[in-house]
Design a protein around this ligand. Structure first.
Ligand code: ADP
Length: 300
């Protein structure tokens, strides 16, 4: 029996890709796609040639986060062409193939594996410094497929995104042991939504009466500060939204012997950038999350 022709085709395609990074999370909604998107933006701003492959088949949010909603994939004689944000940032997602963004993808394992295989062997990326792969949450068929397909051609490893809560960290432990089992290096863990950080002037204030009535007093507080201490308006107010007394992701990394990459706070500016499909690094008025993300990316 000769070599699997699909694996040969994938190896040929991937021969022009220097680094392959898988972005994983134990749960949905922890900011994995946001991280994949901003990592790709940052690497392309550093003049690397970057490809972002979204294999979150049931919830492809990458097209929106890259400002590419409604775009379609084109076929050339070299294969499927990614959709380009910049000449050095190409994106491929199942989201580009759905007739309508509200369309649900209800596929069983084999069909999902089929499309992942097709993405890997039929997309013409050209020369890439980095291929960032945004995986679905958890450890399912798609993960086993992508790891198996990419391992045949060499994969750098995985970055795992989590939030600080125990419920999320429990699943990350599973993710780490999945990586260990399949022989995938854990490049590191990012703790996202690690506290809330925003300018005091962006907060809303209310007064709660003894009867539980709530009145908005934001204007009153702002006016007070403008009059008495205008410099306070620029203060950054941070709060530990989630209970991190158990040590959060840093402690888990220590326990499991994997690198901890850093914390990114909940930051309305990052959320806005993701909603608007743009890079949070493009803004001069960098938020705290941008600085935190920069530090993490510089570690590569
Ligand atoms: P996942 O890919 O893990 O399902 P997403 O990346 O889609 O999660 O993020 C879920 C939502 O949370 C998105 O609306 C995103 O903009 C927002 N979000 C993620 N990280 C942050 C953050 N650090 N600050 C503010 N909003 C965030």
């Amino acid at each position: 029996k000769g070599p699997d022709p699909d694996l040969v085709a994938i190896a040929e395609r991937m021969a022009t890709v220097k680094h392959k990074i898988l972005v994983l999370s134990g749960k949905g909604g922890v900011g994995k796609s946001t991280f994949s998107a901003q990592l790709s933006f940052a690497l392309s701003a550093m003049d690397f040639q970057v490809g972002l492959l979204d294999i979150d088949i049931c919830g492809p949010s990458i097209p929106k986060m890259l400002g590419l909603e409604g775009q379609e994939i084109h076929q050339s004689n070299l294969g499927w062409s990614p959709v380009y944000v910049e000449s050095n940032l190409g994106v491929m997602s199942i989201g580009f193939m759905l007739p309508h963004p509200d369309e649900a993808v209800i596929w069983r394992g084999p069909r999902k594996n089929g499309i992942i295989k097709q993405f890997l062997k039929d997309v013409y990326w050209g020369e890439l410094d980095f291929l960032v792969v945004d995986a679905p949450p958890g450890t399912s068929d798609e993960h086993i497929s992508i790891v198996q397909f990419l391992q045949a051609t060499g994969i750098d490893g995985a970055i795992i995104v989590t939030t600080p809560q125990q419920v999320s960290l429990i699943d990350v432990r599973k993710e780490v042991s999945f990586c260990k089992k399949v022989g995938l290096e854990v490049l590191g863990v990012v703790e996202n939504m690690s506290g809330l950080c925003q300018q005091l002037s962006d907060f809303k204030f209310s007064r709660v009466t003894e009867t539980g009535e709530c009145t908005d007093v934001t204007e009153w507080v702002m006016e007070y500060m403008r009059q008495r201490a205008p410099e306070m308006l620029n203060l950054l107010a941070c709060s530990d939204v989630f209970d991190s007394s158990a040590g959060g992701a840093a402690k888990m990394c220590n326990d499991m012997g994997v690198p901890f990459l850093g914390k990114v706070p909940l930051d309305p500016q990052l959320c806005k950038a993701a909603e608007e499909g743009r890079s949070c690094f493009a803004d001069n008025k960098s938020g705290v999350s941008t600085l935190a993300l920069k530090k993490i990316i510089e570690k590569f």
